[in-house]
Design a binder for this molecule. Structure first.
Ligand SMILES: C[S@@+](CC[C@H](N)C(=O)[O-])C[C@H]1O[C@@H](n2cnc3c(N)ncnc32)[C@H](O)[C@@H]1O
Length: 305
């Protein structure tokens, strides 16, 4: 069974936001843990992966507020991979359970949550199926919301921003690692070459916006996180440059779960892989290694206290 999103793209019809959300669920059902499998093994010059970078937005504040109860939401937590980094950077390890930390992991995918529940058994962590626009939390009850590589996928985005505003305490903050699309790299070159034939075959893929474009720019984010919703001005997008050093198979592993590729039949996906491995040859060094930067952005937005 293919998703309604895939069916519509194949029939040259434009999918809607509901179809997109179902398509995400379908992809994560077939390939849970796809995000940490793709990204967690790659590091910046400072030796941090993107999960660590996001979790590192926390610890100083948490140490300062050590006597208080701290509540953190991992929004669209997937298989819960970020929570290991949260423990690491808040000096809360698995043997140190007598503390005041509470973490909620929310995601709309049961397949991802099942992995999370099996992987992380800790009284401080509570996982629940919930969409980001309707979280089972009281007004002004959360200190920090973190979101790794998911905010840019959420459609529609305004109700999610309103929900973030509703649950954050007046002193709270929202930090997210999001995609970054302004940099031309070897990787964008490779993907362009294998993706262009797919876009020609399925033109509605080009037309459908798989996420709200405002999330990709500073001015767009400023227009979403407004003073009226109780946010301080979004000041900057902080670039994260992951150093990818891998072979052609590694480039495939980084790319194979791109949501658009889930519309392809098994045979089309095999062809895509062959094509990508061939394209990679142009970029390999004599040891068949390919090096490039995978760009992401970090945003942190404070509530106005
Ligand atoms: C690319 S994965 C990232 C998972 C995890 N944050 C990580 O980085 O390992 C995107 C996740 O966002 C979830 N998701 C997307 N839109 C959502 C929404 N509106 N509400 C809740 N979860 C959502 C998907 O189910 C999926 O688990």
């Amino acid at each position: 069974m293919i998703s309604k999103f895939s069916q519509k793209i194949i029939n040259n019809e434009l999918p809607n936001e509901l179809d997109w959300n179902e398509h995400l669920l379908d992809a994560h059902k077939q390939s849970p843990s796809m995000t940490p499998k793709a990204f967690a093994k790659y590091f910046t010059d400072e030796g941090l992966n993107s999960y660590d970078i996001l979790a590192k937005t926390l610890p100083q504040q948490i140490k300062l507020q050590n006597s208080k109860n701290i509540t953190i939401v991992d929004l669209a937590c997937g298989d819960g991979f970020l929570i290991h980094s949260i423990f690491k950077y808040t000096n809360n390890n698995i043997n140190n359970k007598n503390n005041n930390l509470k973490i909620f992991g929310f995601d709309m995918s049961d397949s991802e949550l099942n992995v999370a529940i099996n992987n992380i058994k800790d009284p401080r962590v509570h996982f629940q199926n919930s969409k980001a626009n309707s979280l089972p939390l009281a007004n002004q009850s959360i200190d920090y919301i973190l979101c790794h590589m998911a905010f840019m996928l959420m459609l529609p985005i305004e109700p999610v921003v309103a929900e973030i505003s509703r649950i954050l305490k007046p002193t709270g903050s929202f930090s997210a690692v999001i995609g970054r699309y302004d940099l031309k790299t070897i990787y964008t070159d490779i993907i362009k070459q294998v993706y262009t034939p797919i876009l020609s075959k399925y033109p509605k893929l080009r037309e459908f916006k798989s996420g709200d474009p405002r999330v990709a720019t500073l001015s767009g984010l400023q227009s979403l996180f407004t003073k009226e919703l109780g946010f301080n001005k979004v000041e900057q997008l902080t670039p994260i440059d992951l150093n990818i050093i891998t072979d052609a198979e590694g480039v495939w592993n980084l790319s194979k779960d791109m949501y658009d590729f889930w519309i392809l039949s098994h045979l089309e996906k095999e062809d895509l892989k062959t094509n990508l491995i061939n394209v990679c040859k142009k970029y390999e060094d004599k040891n068949k290694i390919i090096k490039f930067i995978f760009p992401m952005n970090l945003i942190t937005i404070q509530k106005t206290s």
